[in-house]
Ligand binder design. Sequence first.
Ligand code: NZQ
Ligand code: ZN
Length: 386
Amino acid sequence: MEAFTYKYPVQVYFGEQAAARSLPKELERIGQNVLLAYGGGSIKKNGVYDELRSILQNAGKTVTEFSGIMPNPTYAKVQQGAALAREHGIDFILAVGGGSVIDCCKIISAQAKLDADIWDFEYAQHGSPTDFIPMGAVVTAFGTGAEMNNGAVITNEEKKQKSPLWGAFYDFAILDPVYTMTMPMLQVMSGAFDSLSHCMEEYMGTPRTGNLTDELNEATQRSIIRNIRATLQTPQDKNVRSELMWAAAVAENGMLKIGKTTDFQCHMLEHQLGAYTDCNHGQGLAVLHPALYRRYLPEAAPQFARLATEVWGVDPNGKTEKELAEAFLNALSAFIREAGLPTALSEMGIPEDTDYAAIARSTIRTGGCIKKFDDQYLIDVLKECI
Ligand code: NZQ
Ligand code: ZN
């Protein structure tokens, strides 16, 4: 295991009625001016907006709204939010939504306190922001685990780059599974698959020999797979939804990264696919993972074989390591179909003439990946997925 430092700063309130139980107390500790940030309006349809507005009103807060944060949030939207936060002297940001709203607010919180353009500050000057507007997250779409970490994935449309930026950790996160019950089923599946992908990306990093972190990871993957299947059987089961929501948080709270350099190469490729096509994150991963992982062979055979037996329940009797690794790849592909997720870019409406060469060229290569992919390798992966 590699050396590590681990500190966990986010207070988590989990379960039904979590907002009613926790938010009034949290609001006592914060300043007067609150930025209420949300997406395209799902919270107005399912009652979450009304509930939160009334808690804010009872606390006597002055509320400024920042709405319309889109899936795959843009850098322009971050700048708009930061300008609004400055203009209204915002003391606290309450982010209500899925990964997109939660990510966008992490960077608004930093940019509002920073004179420099934060993209240049982080990428050109290699700076790390240290001053933030404090924030709370109310999760309405699970999967990314974005509420648990301080990384944000932002699409810079000018630069055609969807890349990580580093912002603040949330002071608290409210995870009420009931808030997620109105998610469309395809988004439930793409969120849950994103969580599974996070586990796999962490697992496939270095060291590759297996340790406590990997064993916790295997348990998390088994749980996600079991509960995706349970969701297919009983879509409105709140307990099943709770399990998926917490697994998503566990996959991104840093525990499964301890002592490892993670992989996340599939994520980097999918993010660039998103930069060029604005595609859905979890669905992009579902299409790319099998094709990319087939190219991890033969180097990754020991890890894939372990996944086959420990996660996917493949009987190892009479099988070589290579056969087990193949069995894992087959199980993963079959599961993606079973979950109703897309298996080709065309199923996601991505046109055949997309500039795959530009996507490959602009994809960040990760240190923990078992392979060093050149551009052509990634172009081939993308074209195979058409
Ligand atoms: O905008 P509204 O109207 O709210 O609709 C949203 C959106 O259209 C809808 N939705 C959310 N809660 C709902 C709901 N619809 C009905 N009922 C509800 N309760 O769901 C749609 C998708 O929302 P979005 O936030 O975009 O989805 P997700 O949570 O999958 O977030 C994706 C973003 O997170 C980034 C992705 O790259 C992508 O930009 N990621 C962030 C990570 C992180 N910070 O740790 C890690 C991930 O790997 C990922 O890259
Ligand atoms: Zn992800």
